[in-house]
Design a protein around this ligand. Structure first.
Ligand code: FA5
Length: 348
């Protein structure tokens, strides 16, 4: 067989093999087999020594042409294989953006925190400051500074958990009144504050009572403040939280730290005022206590009662939440049952 024929055969077979190679390893093997140091083409070129002088350039030119042809084919196939590999990888890693996403579990504020937030927003809008006080309180602030000296009979209504003889879990947010009055500089203007927080009592738990609940205290002290200011403020609170169709009523009451004092009731959410089990047949639910700040409280805090006066109130957000959402048992708020709590989603 002439070298020319051998070369053409090698080319035809080589091109076929290259075309059917499926991966880089196969291509590499073909390259070594054809064009490597011991490859078939190299061997043919070595055999040229035996050829006539005239024949050599012709065969040499053909051999070079075929070698170039084969190496070009190898590079082209190698590139194709790479491109196929990338295409396959992309196909496998493709993200279908139309598939539904994995839902992210999102929490929300507790319904009582939502009510307290709503009350805070209302009062911030009226120019009040928000001031917090300690839950573990001194007897001095929880009672004495509020005109309840030791052995005062009204202390019986607010028995609590004692830490020591003189420290207790506060029974009301009213001690924050005394703490703030002591510090306020009246030359800079009147004091307008609310104080939200937890309070504790030795109350027996039932549908409307809990031994731990929340209060929001309110206090305004300055010059020329009247009971009309108190009533107007409370009406605004009731209508903002409960809506225009709820009524409020003020009943004369007694608190040692206010004079005169009032209990404020809102018409019952369940029966609309006709009388039912929730409102104990009265048609009304007590939501807050209020009154005009007692001169003794001002005096004890170093504020001159002949110049300054004002009003105070203490409301129960737990009872507010019951009224607002028609919840008939206060204990539901503290059970942490998500089936109950998720009903008060802020997302609406
Ligand atoms: C007081 O605690 C007074 N400090 C309120 C006050 C402040 C009067 C400033 C005058 C001036 P009273 O004990 O009524 O008052 O409680 C106030 C509100 O807390 C009640 O109207 C009620 O909404 C709520 N509350 C009282 N006891 C409980 C209880 N055991 N569980 C849930 N809410 C309660």
């Amino acid at each position: 067989m002439s070298l020319q024929t051998r070369l053409t055969e090698l080319r035809d077979q080589g091109l076929k093999d290259i075309q059917s190679a499926e991966n880089s390893e196969m291509i590499n093997d073909i390259r070594v087999k054809l064009l490597g140091k011991k490859g078939s083409i190299t061997e043919v070129l070595r055999g040229m020594r035996e050829l006539d002088k005239e024949e050599r350039p012709k065969v040499g030119a053909l051999a070079n042409k075929i070698r170039d042809e084969l190496s070009n084919a190898i590079v082209t196939r190698q590139n194709e294989i790479e491109a196929e590999k990338i295409a396959k990888k992309l196909e496998k890693e493709k993200i279908d953006v139309t598939l539904p996403g994995v839902p992210v579990k999102e929490g929300q504020a507790h319904v009582l925190a939502q009510i307290i937030d709503e009350i805070e927003k209302l009062f911030l809008g009226l120019g009040f400051q928000i001031i917090e006080g300690p839950e573990v309180e001194e007897d001095h602030y929880n009672f004495e500074m509020l005109n309840l000296p030791p052995d005062h009979p009204a202390r019986d209504m607010q028995d609590t958990f004692y830490i020591t003889d003189k420290t207790l879990m506060r029974t009301q947010t009213s001690p924050v009144q005394a703490r703030t009055l002591e510090k306020h500089d009246f030359s800079k203007g009147p004091l307008k504050m609310i104080s939200p927080g937890k309070v504790y009592r030795r109350d027996t738990d039932d549908a409307t009572h809990s031994h731990q609940f929340h209060q929001v205290e309110g206090l305004v002290v300055g010059e020329n403040i009247s009971m009309a200011d108190l009533k107007g403020t409370l009406e605004l609170v009731a209508k903002t939280i409960f809506g225009e169709d709820r009524d409020i009523r003020l009943r004369p009451s007694y608190f040692p730290f206010t004079e005169p004092s009032a209990e404020v009731d809102v018409s019952c959410f369940k029966c609309g005022g006709k009388g039912c089990q929730v409102c104990k047949q009265s048609g009304w639910i007590e939501v807050l206590g209020a009154g005009m700040v007692h001169p003794n409280v001002l005096q004890m805090a170093g504020v001159d009662p002949d110049v300054y006066g004002g009003f105070a109130f203490g409301l129960g957000p737990d009872r507010f939440a019951m009224l607002k959402y028609g919840v008939d048992d206060i204990r539901e708020f503290y059970l942490n049952d998500l089936r109950f709590l998720n009903q008060f989603s802020q997302k609406g």
